[in-house]
Ligand binder design. Structure first.
Ligand SMILES: *Cc1c(COP(=O)(O)O)cnc(C)c1O
Length: 381
């Protein structure tokens, strides 16, 4: 039986041909295709100025620099997100202040955000977990009340919306990822959407050596910028992928509906926790990058690793997202310990992401469900 990877891109012949044509032009690094891709992303998201980068991680580093976040500042984020968030906060010299996530939505707990605010807090960085939007009304109200910047980790939220508006239209800056495991890809790549056009302009300098062009044709540097500019080859692929995004998101919703239809009647008996659904009344608000469940480890006689291995034996790939970030060596070294954020720690121990991408069929989902059920039933403690 064919191998079902847990995530991955769809790249067709037409896309490969378009990339080849770009490679054969005289221009392969940042040029006209990058400008076109930025324009298309901006239009898709309701018109905010948009810039592309080599990754979401690069976009976030630049976003923090644009906001002037650095030494002495505190940035509040969830312990349940990808390492890049804590890494970039620390890399710009600020202090990461973790709060827990909600066990069901896996999104940042906004009650805890309010309690974590100090006079040094500069920004909140919410992650839209798996593509499920955070409560942006409440989050923006908290940020407004305390005059904090909001930099959204929207790495998985391309295609998601909150109350009818695309994610990317809410915070000061939202960063997106085009890594191949996300809902659309540019091989590697990322984007940032800005509320303030001046900040978008500033990000262009920071993503390219900090270089500004002078009227006499020479160059000047006032800040040690990085080198995070996307190539036209990547942008060309991104342009074609963006055209398919809505169709792919609809297909993901159908696959997820099938997961729920199959799992819901037996989840309690299996002891399996299913992910939160899209917000009520907004089924299209969730881009469904991941379908992650929590395993009933206490009533299983195998470990999570053994579950993953058993699924692999059946040619089914399984992901793990994410490890609780405060328990990384980096943050243990700053004093963090087990027990601080019970929800993030539990998810970190029990979560597995089942296959979900636009290359799957309903029959593939049936195979994943049947195999999951069999492995769990065969291995009850
Ligand atoms: C993938 C991911 C990132 C990083 O994206 P890159 O483009 O690989 O840098 C950041 N945050 C979350 C939640 C992610 O899933």
């Amino acid at each position: 039986m064919n191998y079902l990877k847990f995530a991955g891109p769809v790249i067709d012949e037409a896309m490969a041909e378009a990339v080849k044509q770009t490679l054969l032009t005289h221009w392969i690094t940042s040029g006209p295709r990058v400008a076109e891709f930025e324009q298309a992303l901006s239009e898709y998201h309701g018109g905010r100025p948009t810039r592309v980068f080599t990754s979401a991680t690069a976009a976030m580093e630049v976003a923090f620099q644009v906001c002037g976040i650095g030494p002495g500042d505190e940035v509040i984020t969830s312990a349940m997100t990808f390492f890049s968030v804590g890494n970039m906060i620390e890399k710009v010299g600020a202090k990461t202040v973790f709060v827990d996530c909600d066990l069901h939505t896996r999104n940042i707990d906004l009650d805890q955000v309010e309690r974590a605010i100090t006079p040094r807090t500069k920004a909140i960085v919410p992650t839209h977990f798996g593509g499920l939007p955070c409560d942006m009304d409440r989050l923006m109200a908290i940020a407004g009340k305390h005059k904090l910047r909001v930099i959204e980790d929207a790495a998985l939220a391309i295609g998601s919306s909150w109350r009818g508006q695309k994610i990317g239209a809410f915070g000061d800056i939202a960063t997106f990822s085009f890594h191949p495991n996300k809902n659309m890809t540019s091989i590697e790549g990322g984007a940032a959407m800005f509320a303030d056009p001046a900040e978008a302009k500033r990000s262009e300098v920071l993503r390219f050596h900090g270089i500004a062009k002078l009227p006499d044709g020479t160059r000047e540097v006032d800040y040690p910028g990085g080198k995070f500019n996307m190539s036209d080859v990547s942008a060309r692929l991104g342009l074609d992928q963006l055209k398919k995004l809505d169709g792919w998101c609809a297909l993901r919703r159908d696959l997820v509906a099938h997961y729920f239809a199959r799992f819901e009647p037996i989840a309690a008996e299996l002891g399996l926790s299913l992910p939160a659904k899209a917000h009520a009344g907004e089924p299209e608000g969730h881009s469904w990058n991941m379908f992650s469940v929590l395993l009933p480890l206490a009533s299983m006689k195998i470990s999570r690793k053994q579950f993953i291995d058993a699924m692999h034996t059946e040619n089914i790939g399984i992901g793990v997202s994410y490890e609780a970030m405060h328990l990384s060596k980096l943050f243990r070294g700053k004093g963090h310990r087990e027990g601080e954020f019970p929800n993030a720690e539990r998810i970190s121990r029990e979560t597995v992401a089942l296959p979900l991408h636009a290359g799957l069929t309903l029959a593939d989902i049936d195979r994943v469900v049947d195999t999951t059920v069999r492995v769990l039933r065969d291995n009850r403690a």
